[in-house]
Design a binder for this molecule. Structure first.
Ligand SMILES: [Zn+2]
Length: 258
């Protein structure tokens, strides 16, 4: 069965007390065809080039996945981000920072973004004489909704790269809660995805990451009720200032809006 904790507990109460159960978090199905094709081609290319699959995957993300830059104080290590690399050093207000490029992991890509990654991989394969998909086959695979056995709701709550860029610019590259201007990312939902919060600029803000002392994003998601409340109010004020007719009801996925 699939359901939230309460539904499952109610159901479990009625079960035979001697039986054993295993509980796993339910994940929506992705477009198996598109994903499978990607990993199959990647392993073929990996054999041909004699480069490990993981390394090759990182190379692909570097070229074909949306990226953004974050600043990390020079004396701090970057943690918890899978695909990133140090690009340069800068000095800001007398402090030294490393500039990192962060690449979006494939499971976070939107339909279109994944199509670009897959097309890029096909190009690389062709150069090595590996048989790939024809443009028509590729189009058909990608138009199946792309990563897109993803539900409509799930797609609607994704944040596209263009929204991230707009939000980052709108917020002046600062955390909208504490004003911090490094280790920030434009990827926080005001109304969370779990409640159907849309990936639109009116619902997305820049917050500082776990790498900072304030950790506004982490606190907003996992902090105490009081922390979440205070941060939520600040985000709300910020968004209201930016959008005169901002309305919380417009930020939530509605079935009938398809
Ligand atoms: Zn902050």
């Amino acid at each position: 069965m699939i359901g939230n904790a309460k539904k499952i507990i109610d159901w479990l109460y009625d079960q035979d007390k001697t039986k054993e159960f295993e509980i796993k978090e339910y994940k929506e199905k992705r477009n198996k065809d598109q994903n499978a094709k990607y990993w199959k081609l990647l392993s073929q290319l990996s054999l041909k080039l004699r480069i490990g699959v993981e390394d090759l995957h990182f190379q692909m993300l570097r070229f074909y996945s949306p990226r953004y830059e974050i600043l990390v104080p020079a004396d701090k290590e970057i943690r918890g981000i899978d695909y990133c690399e140090k690009k340069s050093k800068i000095t800001k207000n007398g402090n030294e920072f490393n500039v990192y490029h962060v690449y979006t992991p494939s499971h976070e890509l939107t339909t279109n973004e994944f199509s670009i990654l897959l097309e890029g991989l096909c190009e690389e394969c062709k150069k090595q004489g590996i048989e790939t998909l024809s443009p028509d086959e590729l189009r058909e695979l990608n138009s199946k909704g792309g990563i897109g056995m993803k539900t409509k709701r799930s797609k609607a709550t994704d944040i596209s790269m263009s929204v991230k860029k707009k939000v980052f610019e709108r917020d002046g590259g600062r955390c909208v809660v504490c004003g911090n201007d490094y280790n920030v990312m434009p990827n926080a939902h005001y109304i969370p995805r779990s409640k159907g919060g849309l990936g639109i600029e009116q619902n997305i803000v820049t917050l500082c990451t776990e790498l900072t002392e304030n950790q506004c994003h982490r606190k907003y998601d996992f902090g105490t009720a009081n922390e979440r409340k205070i941060i939520g109010e600040k985000i709300k004020e910020h968004l209201k200032r930016k959008y005169p007719d901002w309305n919380e009801e417009d930020l939530v996925y509605k079935k009938w809006s398809d």
